[in-house]
Design a protein around this ligand. Structure first.
Ligand SMILES: NC(=O)c1ccc[n+]([C@@H]2O[C@H](COP(=O)([O-])OP(=O)(O)OC[C@H]3O[C@@H](n4cnc5c(N)ncnc54)[C@H](OP(=O)(O)O)[C@@H]3O)[C@@H](O)[C@H]2O)c1
Length: 330
């Protein structure tokens, strides 16, 4: 049995990681919960036992853990993940800090498997995770040559502070986290702007899609938008396929896909909805239709819980993948 640490246990993702450890029946010998100084001393009850949250320090990261679920932002990860790794742990990191390093695996268990050249595995960006699951099935069947994403991302994707901005905005208070009010508004801006006019979030979707699907030359573009929704991201995927196909064939692929739920009955107002995805493990797809402006190109509306499949669940599924397949560091 394993020694497990959860870093960022008091955050939105960390809290859900604990729920997912329980739901996925992950066995462990010991569990240590870390936060910053701010939440140190807080009590968290998990599986009937009360844990006292500890402030993470370099000394504590040098203690040996088998697996560390890291969910405390990029700077914390850059500092502490290599220390945990040197002490023998496999770190599963939710931040973007290591995702594009050549020797670091970027994993969605339905799609790819870690090679473990390093003891750090990166959990991808939330909108990317939910999108590559249906894209993997299409790539296997038809090959994909081009993808254009438009996202409609929930405020919980920005952690506790994002939710506060929406809830405070409803009361007429000014934003603390976003540059503009998110209540009653739509922000075409997630993360910092880059020189090419894209945001970092958009660039993450582009780079990470290519890396996870192992399609380095795939044409990908993205526009990422924050919407006043508490939980669950929606993504409009516009995909061009290599082998000619039809809407009906694509629906058949999703109907038989293990990790995707097809909801596509528009005449009855049935399609994936953010509010119906919240709290669920699956990725939902629907509104499959032809894009008549391009050859062999289709629209797919895709929703998933950003805190679960987009973060905590995917991280715990990576841990389960390591345990089930007996995968070890090289
Ligand atoms: N929210 C999402 O949908 C989502 C999706 C994918 C990835 N992520 C990534 O997951 C990470 C956490 O996101 P979140 O939404 O859970 O944020 P959050 O709700 O703001 O929680 C942040 C957590 O990190 C802890 N922390 C901050 N600085 C720390 C330090 N120096 N040492 C140890 N712990 C520290 C905080 O502890 P205190 O309580 O002491 O402040 C808190 O537990 C981020 O890297 C984020 O980019 C989030």
């Amino acid at each position: 049995m394993s020694k497990i640490a959860v870093v960022g246990a008091t955050g939105l993702v960390g809290e859900n990681m604990l729920k997912m450890l329980e739901k996925q029946n992950i066995p462990f010998e010991s569990l240590v919960l870390f936060s910053s100084e701010k939440s140190a001393g807080k009590e968290i009850t998990f599986q009937g036992k009360t844990y006292i949250v500890e402030a993470l320090t370099e000394e504590k990261a040098r203690a040996h853990f088998d697996y560390v679920l890291m969910s405390a932002g990029g700077q914390t990860s850059l500092k502490y993940s290599p220390i945990f790794e040197s002490a023998g742990a496999i770190v599963i990191d939710n931040s973007s800090a290591f995702r594009m390093f050549e020797d670091i695996d970027l994993i969605v268990p339905e799609v790819n498997e870690p090679k473990l050249k390093r003891g750090i595995i990166a959990n991808p960006n939330c909108s990317t995770i939910q999108s590559v699951v249906p894209l993997k099935y299409l790539n296997d069947q038809f090959g994909i040559t081009r993808v254009n994403y438009t996202t409609y991302q929930a405020v919980s994707g920005s952690g506790v502070k994002g939710k506060q901005d929406l809830l405070n905005g409803e009361k007429g208070l000014p934003p603390q986290n976003y540059p503009h009010p998110i209540y009653n508004n739509v922000l075409p801006h997630i993360d910092d702007f880059l020189e090419n006019g894209y945001t970092k979030e958009e660039q993450k979707m582009i780079d990470e899609t290519r890396k996870i699907l192992n399609l380095p030359d795939l044409k990908v573009s993205a526009t990422c938008v924050r919407v006043p929704v508490l939980d669950s991201h929606s993504v409009l995927i516009n995909v061009t396929l290599d082998k000619p196909t039809t809407v009906e064939e694509i629906k058949r692929v999703f109907e038989s896909a293990e990790h995707v739920v097809l909801i596509d009955n528009p005449s009855n107002n049935e399609y994936p909805l953010a509010i119906n995805s919240t709290g669920k493990d699956e990725v939902f797809v629907g509104r499959i239709r032809q894009d008549d402006s391009l050859d062999n190109t289709f629209y797919i509306w895709c929703t998933a819980d950003n805190l679960l499949k987009g973060a905590a669940l995917n991280a715990v599924q990576i841990l389960k993948q390591l345990l089930d397949k007996g995968l070890k560091r090289q």
